[in-house]
Design a protein around this ligand. Structure first.
Ligand code: UN1
Length: 510
């Protein structure tokens, strides 16, 4: 999976990102209802989206429902091959995808490459999982002689996937690929900010042979999401985004008449990194910079609160500030850029409001400077803010803002309690050479992904299944061994294999 992409990256130059394909994200049947999609870097036009309307959504629900039975019946091997063909096509279209990630989502080249790699990994991993769960003749269960019990997995029906703008390709296609692999048809609603990347991905999936009615694109705002999640034809929803929206969807699913829907949510975090006095400062600096500022901090896994042990805090902070001052902020088209724009004006406003509040509260704030060439984009200058404890923060701040707090030796268990008390439980980092400290944090922290002596972003599909608990999501972990089963339903067939039983069954059926 990896080598061809890295080869291409090595051969790439900033001026040769490839031409952006002309993409129109279009709900099937949509009339002329276009909305422009603007680049977060400079506000220029990237493309147009034709958003779905109630009649389109209704027709899509009908088509998706009708198409699911044959797709489920086609079996895991067939579906795996189509998903792998889609992965091949994604790789063949590397240049266009990287360019779209830059233009529509403001991604730097390294971020765009990682995004594509993760998308391809998801497609290949869930294809493998389809083979593991959905081929063969089911699982033979133990039972009394004269009886055969088999458990088989099937698709649940029509799944809706609702995806975020921060991974407009990987987390758009990942849950959809899982749902498809498990034998569901899918209506995929992309984030409002990034419908064009999603549309390109769906085109490639269709070109790979996944039928149009089995995977449908439903661009639109919350109204489209509401129509989908409130409809009894929908068997389940896989959502990635804010905790608040997850609550709304959960309620919509619960309030509908009809079947009880499956709900899979991956939501926010208030992720911390604890650094004790045994940590290696250079390693801490490197990992803090990538965890807090890569992707302009717009990852749900990103570091928000750094806890430094008091006796090393000043020297550690000085080193981190040295690296911070060297960050290059600007146009994601330039290879030297570390931090590009945030996704849109609304995100920019929220982050700036948060920083203003911190200043009013008398906090120490260090902030970088956005170059004047970026005045037309939604840029937020990266910042470091000193706070007393994680509980000082009310909400997740989804951007390039790192908060720093201090703790004294002997307070480690208390720090973990403060982190647990936020209710979020996504990623947690620890930098320490003390085995006992690692065991203490590992035992007490209620988080989904615990990273020791490394950065806390970039979970790798298959080896680091990703997802949180509490306010951070329902599980199961994306890219993990239990993910696909949640998109499936279990059916058990019991057959009386004795002659008498066989005859009795036949008579009963007469
Ligand atoms: C997210 O930001 O929504 O571990 C998820 C990571 C990514 C997943 C981030 N694989 O950073």
């Amino acid at each position: 999976v990896r080598e061809p992409l890295l080869d291409r990256l090595a051969a790439l130059d900033a001026r040769e990102w490839g031409a952006a394909p002309t993409v129109v994200a279009e709900a099937a049947g949509a009339a002329d209802r276009t909305r422009p999609v603007m680049s977060p870097h400079d506000g220029t036009l990237v493309g147009h989206v034709l958003e779905a309307e109630p009649a389109d959504v209704d027709a899509m629900l009908a088509r998706g429902t009708a198409a699911q039975i044959a797709w489920d019946g086609a079996g895991g091997e067939y579906r795996a091959r189509l998903l792998e063909r889609a992965a091949d096509l994604f790789e063949e279209h590397t240049d266009e995808i990287l360019e779209l990630c830059r233009r529509e989502a403001g991604k730097t080249l390294p971020d765009a490459v990682l995004e594509l790699r993760e998308a391809v990994d998801f497609l290949r991993f869930y294809a493998q999982e389809a083979r593991r769960h959905f081929t063969g003749n089911g699982l033979l269960l133990p039972g009394p002689t004269g009886e055969e019990n088999r458990l088989r997995l099937h698709g649940r029906g029509l799944f809706v996937t609702i995806s975020p703008w921060n991974f407009p390709l990987a987390i758009f296609i990942g849950p959809a690929a899982a749902a498809l692999a498990a034998g569901n048809s899918v209506i995929a609603k992309p984030a409002e900010q990034t419908p064009l990347i999603a549309a390109f991905a769906v085109q490639l999936c269709h070109a790979a042979g996944i039928p149009d009615d089995v995977l449908q694109l439903a661009p639109g705002d919350g109204r489209v999401g509401g129509m989908l999640t409130g409809d009894p034809r929908v068997a389940g929803v896989a959502f990635t985004g804010s905790t608040a929206t997850a609550h709304l969807i959960n309620r919509a699913l619960a309030m509908r008449p009809g079947p009880i829907g499956q709900f899979i949510a991956e939501t926010g975090g208030q992720n911390a990194l604890i650094v004790d006095s045994s940590a290696l400062p250079e390693q801490v600096t490197r990992d803090v910079m990538s965890s807090a500022f890569q992707s302009a901090g717009q990852r749900c896994s990103a570091l928000r609160v750094l806890y430094l042990q008091e006796d090393i805090a000043d020297s550690m902070l000085a080193m981190i500030r040295g690296a911070f001052d060297a960050l290059q902020i600007g146009d994601p088209a330039l290879l030297a850029t570390d931090v590009g724009p945030v996704i849109d004006r609304q995100a920019q406003g929220q982050l700036n409001d948060h920083l203003a509040e911190m200043r009013v509260a008398g906090r120490n704030v260090w902030q970088a400077v956005v170059p004047p060439t970026c005045a037309h984009g939604s840029y937020v200058a990266p910042a470091i803010v000193e706070i007393d404890a994680i509980g000082d923060l009310q909400a997740e701040n989804f951007g390039p803002v790192l908060h720093v707090a201090r703790f004294r030796a002997g307070q480690l268990a208390d720090v973990v309690e403060q982190i647990n008390a936020t209710g979020y439980g996504l990623t947690l980092g620890l930098h320490s050479r003390i085995e006992g400290n690692r065991r203490l944090v590992e035992r007490r922290a209620r988080v989904g992904n615990f990273y020791v002596n490394r950065n806390q972003i970039g979970a790798v599909v298959g080896s680091q299944p990703f997802g949180g608990e509490g306010l951070s999501g329902t599980g199961p972990k994306a890219g993990g061994p239990h993910y696909l089963a949640r998109f499936a339903t279990e059916r058990v067939t019991t057959v009386d294999t004795t002659a008498a039983g066989g005859n009795a069954t036949l008579l009963a059926n007469l």
